[in-house]
Design a protein around this ligand. Structure first.
Ligand code: NAD
Length: 488
C-alpha cells in the first residue's frame, strides 16, 4: 500500500496535500514508538476543505445522482477490502486495537457495512406520493421528497475510528451529502488512508469527501460554526458534544451527537450469576474498556454481592493487558499517556471515595512500555460514587448492589447517560420486562448482540441525539421537502 510512506496527507478537493501546519507524530500506544507523521492541517486547510465540499454539493450532480453514489460507496467498500491486511496492521499499531477485534467493529464490520448504506440508498423511497386532497378547499397533489442535508462536518474520536468514520461516511455519502471529516488527533493515519484510497482508487468526485487531520481541536469547532456547513455529525465525549452543539447554534445547523456512556449490566436474582458476571468482566476488558457502549456498572443482587465481585475479579484478574498484535489478546493499551493517567486518576478516586479493588488498580508491572492499565474491579461503593457516575473509558468495572428488579431499574436509569444496557435473567419475560424499563438506546438481553448494520445505535439523555447505522442512521442525513402542487 503506497498509503503511508511515513507521512500521511490531507484530502482536500480531490487532491492529497501536506498540512499547512506541517506534520505531527502518530504513536503506537502499545510500544510508545513513533510510527511516522500525519499532515497537520491549519485553519486555511479547513477553510479550503469546507469550500470544496460546498462547491461539490452545490455545483455537481452528486446529491441527485443516486446511481453514481451507490457505485462509489460500493467501490470504497471494495477497495478497503482489497487493502484489508495492510489496514489491519495499521489499525493494530496506531489504535492499539487487539487483532481479534479487527475481525469485527475495529475494521471488517464497518467496511462491510458500507454495503448496507449503498443498498439502502438504492432501494430508498426518495419520493412518496401522498395523492390528491383539498386542504382549505384547494385541490392539491402532494408529495414528500427526501434529499440530502448538504455539507456534513464529521468529527470523530480515536477508540473505534473505522467504525465511527465509516458509519458517518457511508450513510452521509449514500444519502447525497458532501463531507469534511476531522478525525481524532490520536488516530490520524487510519483516516488518512481512507482519503488516499478515495483519491486514488474511487470515482468519488473531487470535493465530495475531504479528510483533514490536525492536532488542533479548533478545526472541529470551525466545522460546527461555519455557515457553509449544514450539519455536524459528532462522536466523542459529552463535554465536547455540548461545545459542538453550542457552536452550531449560531447557524442553527442540524446536530447529530453520539456521546459518552456509563451503561449498566443488570443481573436479576434468577440469573446464572457466574455466567453473567464473567461476561460483564470480560466485556469491560475488550479494547481496554475504550468503548462508549461498554457496560461499566455491574448491578447485582445484594445477597450475592461478594460472590459477584469475586467472579468478576476472577475473570478480569486473569486477563493480562498486553501486545495487541497477538491473536489471543483481549485487552490492549489505552490510546495515550494522557488517557492512561486519566484512568489512573479515577482509580485513585475510587479509593478516596471508600472503594476497594477486587483486582487490578494500576499499571501492570510487566509492561514497562506502552499505555497499559490493569483490568480493575471496584467494590464497596454505591451508584452515588463518582466512579459509578462518570465515564472512565478504561478496563474498569464498578460493582453495585440492588434490592430487587425495581431497584435495579432505578439504579441503571440513575445516570446522566443512556447509551446502552444489559439484562441477564433466567425468566425471559421478566428479563424483557426489565429491559423495557431501561432508558438506553441499545439493550442486550441474555447476550443478544445489537451491533449490526441494520440496527440503529445511539443514546438517550446525555449520551446523544440521533441514531447511527440502520435506516434511521441513513435518514439522519436527509432533509424532508413537502411539495404541494395545485391540481386543476
Ligand atoms: P473528544 O470529545 O475529546 O474528541 C472527539 C473529537 O472532537 C476529536 O476529533 C477532537 O479533535 C474533536 N474536538 C475536541 N474539541 C472540540 C471542539 N471544541 N469542537 C469540535 N471538535 C472538537 O473525545 P475522545 O477523547 O477523542 O473520545 C472518547 C469519547 O468519545 C468518550 O467519551 C466516548 O464515550 C465517546 N464515544 C462515543 C461514542 C458513541 O457512539 N456514543 C463512540 C465512541 C466514543
Amino acid at each position: 500500500m503506497a498509503l503511508i510512506d511515513g507521512v500521511s496527507r490531507l484530502l482536500i478537493d480531490g487532491k492529497l496535500t501536506p498540512g499547512g501546519a506541517g506534520g505531527f507524530a502518530t504513536v503506537n500506544p502499545a510500544t510508545e514508538e513513533v510510527l511516522g507523521e500525519a499532515a497537520n492541517a491549519d485553519g486555511a486547510d479547513m477553510d479550503r476543505a469546507i469550500d470544496a465540499a460546498r462547491r461539490a454539493f452545490d455545483d455537481t450532480d452528486w446529491s441527485t445522482n443516486t446511481e453514481l453514489r451507490v457505485r462509489c460507496v460500493r467501490q470504497l467498500r471494495d477497495v478497503l477490502g482489497e487493502h484489508l491486511e495492510e489496514l489491519r496492521e495499521l489499525t493494530i499499531s496506531e489504535v492499539g486495537a487487539p487483532r481479534m477485534l479487527t475481525a469485527g467493529a475495529q475494521l471488517e464490520g464497518p467496511i462491510a457495512d458500507l454495503g448496507f448504506a449503498a443498498d439502502t440508498a438504492e432501494r430508498y423511497e426518495w419520493t412518496q406520493d401522498l395523492g390528491q386532497a383539498a386542504p382549505l378547499g384547494i385541490p392539491t397533489r402532494r408529495s414528500v421528497v427526501r434529499e440530502a442535508v448538504g455539507v456534513v462536518g464529521a468529527i470523530t474520536p480515536w477508540n473505534f475510528p473505522h467504525q465511527i468514520n465509516l458509519a458517518k461516511l457511508g450513510p452521509a455519502l449514500a444519502a447525497g451529502n458532501t463531507m469534511v471529516l476531522k478525525p481524532a488527533p490520536d488516530t490520524p493515519w487510519v483516516a488518512a488512508v481512507i482519503g488516499e484510497l478515495i483519491a486514488e482508487h474511487t470515482d468519488i468526485p473531487p470535493g465530495v469527501v475531504n479528510i483533514v487531520t490536525s492536532t488542533d481541536h479548533a478545526l472541529g469547532a470551525m466545522l460546527a460554526k461555519d455557515p457553509r456547513v449544514d450539519m455536524v455529525s459528532f462522536t466523542g465525549s459529552t463535554a465536547t458534544g455540548r461545545s459542538v452543539m453550542a457552536d452550531a447554534a449560531a447557524t442553527v445547523k442540524k446536530v447529530f451527537l453520539e456521546l459518552g456512556g456509563k451503561s449498566a449490566f443488570v443481573v436479576l436474582d434468577d440469573a446464572d450469576l457466574a455466567a453473567a458476571c464473567s461476561v460483564a468482566g470480560f466485556s469491560v476488558c475488550l479494547h481496554a474498556g475504550q468503548g462508549c457502549a461498554i457496560t461499566t456498572r455491574l448491578v447485582v443482587p445484594r445477597a450475592r454481592y461478594d460472590e459477584a465481585v469475586a467472579i468478576a475479579a476472577g475473570t478480569m484478574g486473569s486477563i493480562k493487558p498486553g501486545d495487541p498484535t497477538k491473536p489471543g489478546t483481549v485487552c490492549g493499551p489505552v490510546i495515550s499517556a494522557r488517557q492512561r493517567d486519566r484512568v489512573q486518576s479515577y482509580l485513585d478516586l475510587a479509593l478516596a471515595e471508600g472503594g476497594e479493588f477486587a483486582c487490578g488498580g494500576g499499571r501492570p508491572a510487566d509492561q514497562p512500555a506502552g499505555f497499559f492499565i490493569e483490568p480493575t474491579v471496584i467494590a464497596g461503593l454505591t451508584n452515588e460514587a463518582r466512579v459509578a457516575r462518570e465515564e472512565i473509558f478504561g478496563p474498569v468495572l464498578t460493582v453495585i448492589a440492588h434490592d430487587g428488579d425495581d431497584d435495579a431499574v432505578r439504579i441503571a436509569n440513575d445516570s446522566p447517560y443512556g447509551l446502552s444496557a444489559t439484562v441477564y435473567g433466567a425468566d425471559a419475560d421478566r428479563a424483557a420486562g426489565v429491559a423495557a424499563r431501561l432508558r438506553a438506546g441499545t439493550v442486550n438481553v441474555n447476550g443478544g448482540v445489537w451491533y449490526s448494520a441494520d440496527m440503529p445505535f445511539g443514546g438517550y439523555k446525555q449520551s446523544g441525539i440521533g441514531r447511527e447505522m440502520g435506516v434511521a442512521g441513513f435518514e439522519e442525513y436527509l432533509e424532508t421537502k413537502a411539495i404541494a402542487t395545485a391540481a386543476n
